[in-house]
Design a protein around this ligand. Structure first.
Ligand code: NAI
Ligand SMILES: O=C(O)[C@H](O)CS(=O)(=O)O
Length: 473
């Protein structure tokens, strides 16, 4: 029996009379919930609500907004178990990872509840004695939020946290595969006393909803996380009304393993960075470059650790690798493995589709740069390992990508580590660290991995306009 969920617009459950979209559990492929198939009409109603709520919400002091946002933080914390279970059911990640994501997501809420109090202006010395020059930062207005399925909570709070703290109001369109976590988060915002219309969530036809928001001049900002392909489409549409945009797009992270690394730490970090969310993260390692002299030793150590991974339904205790999100994701991972093998790669572990949407944790060696997995984002549990001679070759090959989101370097020589990180064309770098993402630091990419930053004080600027006031005395 599928449980019905509804959109939340202006504090009300909306969509009971609409056709539904089914939500399935990727571990069992069973349909367990439905959401309304909303479209342009509901998208505009959400903007109506957000636009109407903007005046009062932006007029509150940062301290008054912070109290409401902190109440939201407390409710999310209290509901961690329910939110995590829902996330595992709709997205597939193991329960322990889902709990971790809820805590990570809530970290943006608490961090920005405080950061809103530090939106400082400036007084600039004037050239004339009879003038005073002021710089004032104000909220950008109504923000459209469009998010992917791989982090159903964090990708929302990483945007909505700073937006609300700045005084903006939001309309959210979560991914069709994972709408329930978003609906539950917005329900908790309502229970936290965040006024009706400040946070709205619409489910349904992505294109119709996105187009309605992009055409609406009342929407002053689009923040999007997802594929580079869709990001480019939305960026082009946003140009028609000159909306501010923040884009967190695809990645293709290289990892450089130098011979002077701490081998145990490097192998453990590569494993964590690759197999988190079954490799379905934009910052996961997509290419491993290991120095020739330690390649065999590193590969053996990685194999030993990877064999400990337990694949299964994320609700089961001890499972560390859940299913992929859908059949096309499994087919893409298989295609990358088959292409690599056809070009000379060796399968040291896994390499095959299991029942349903499960794919074996896979390690490939003897990999060359002409293979698909070394060019395209796999977005699955596949580690291709290629060897290099020296630092210059490793950096050159690591930078040879249209993407520039995350990169990883492992060396115990700090001068070498700093030298390499400064040459890498990536927005996020883990130096002896496989899990750099955190609410207090700026997250974002170079090149076709996106525009803007999320997290840290940089993430607040994305939701502010700068106003210059010249006062004649
Ligand atoms: N840089 C980053 O932080 C992240 C990047 N990604 C990238 O996103 C991809 C996986 O996530 P997906 O959800 O499959 O990406 P996607 O780009 O297909 O969808 C992302 C969101 O955009 C919506 N959407 C799709 N087409 C649209 C349109 N024409 N108009 C309006 N909305 C539209 C979807 O419904 C979903 O809510 C991978 O390429 C991954 O690398 C995913 C998460 C984080
Ligand atoms: O969508 C993603 O892949 C996330 O941005 C990765 S992280 O922020 O959880 O590291």
């Amino acid at each position: 029996m599928s449980k019905p969920y509804y959109m939340i617009i202006n504090g009300e459950d909306v969509g009971k009379d609409l056709p539904v979209i089914e939500v399935s559990n990727p571990a069992t492929e069973e349909i367990f919930a439905t959401v309304p198939k909303g479209g342009a009409k509901e998208a505009v109603e959400a903007v109506d609500a957000a636009y109407e709520a903007y005046g009062k919400w932006s007029a509150l002091s940062a301290y008054e907004r912070s109290e409401r946002i902190q109440d939201w933080y407390i409710l999310i914390k209290e509901h961690t178990e329910d939110l995590a279970k829902t996330m595992t059911e709709e997205q597939g990640k193991p329960l322990a990872e889902a709990r971790g994501e809820i805590n990570y997501a809530n970290g943006f809420i608490s961090w920005y509840a405080e950061e809103g109090k530090r939106i400082y202006g400036e007084i600039i010395p004037a050239t004339q004695q009879n003038k005073r020059l002021f710089v004032h930062k104000q909220p950008v207005g109504v923000v459209a939020v469009i998010t992917p399925w791989n982090f159903p909570a964090a990708m929302i709070t990483r945007k909505v946290g700073p937006a609300l703290a700045a005084g903006c109001t939001v309309v959210i369109k979560p991914a069709g595969q994972t709408p329930l976590t978003a609906i539950k988060l917005v329900q908790l915002a309502k229970e936290a006393g965040i006024p009706s219309g400040v946070v709205n969530v619409v489910t349904g036809d992505s294109k119709a909803i996105g187009n309605a928001w992009l055409e609406d001049t009342r929407v002053r900002k689009l923040t999007f996380t997802g594929s580079t392909e869709v990001g480019k489409l939305l960026m082009k549409s946003a140009a028609d009304t000159v909306k501010k945009v923040s884009l967190e797009l695809g990645g293709h992270a290289p990892s450089i393993i130098m011979e002077d690394c701490n081998l145990e730490k490097a192998a453990e970090s590569v494993l964590a960075a690759k197999f988190r969310n079954a490799g379905q993260t934009c910052v996961c390692i997509n290419r491993v470059y290991v120095q020739e002299s330690i390649a065999d030793e590193f590969t053996e150590l990685l194999l030993k650790k990877a064999k400990q991974l337990k694949i299964g339904n994320g609700l089961e205790e001890g499972v560390t690798i859940g299913p992929l999100i859908d059949d096309s994701a499994v087919r893409k991972a298989l295609e990358h493995v088959e292409d690599a093998v056809s070009k000379g790669a060796e399968v040291k572990l896994g390499g095959k589709r299991k029942e349903g949407l499960f794919f074996e944790p896979t390690i490939l060696t003897n990999v060359t740069d002409d293979m698909q997995c070394m060019q395209e984002e796999t977005f699955g549990p596949v580690i291709p390992i290629s060897t290099f001679k020296d630092e210059e070759e490793a950096v050159r090959r690591a930078n040879d990508s249209i993407y520039g989101l995350a990169a990883y370097v492992f060396t115990e020589n700090i001068s070498r580590g700093i030298r390499i990180t400064e040459k890498l064309e990536y927005g996020i770098i883990g130096l002896n660290d496989g899990l750099p993402s955190t609410p207090q630091a700026p997250f974002g990419g170079f090149k076709q991995s996106g525009l803007g930053r999320e997290g840290g004080h940089h993430g607040m600027d994305e939701y502010l306009e700068i106003k210059y006031i010249s006062l004649g005395l």
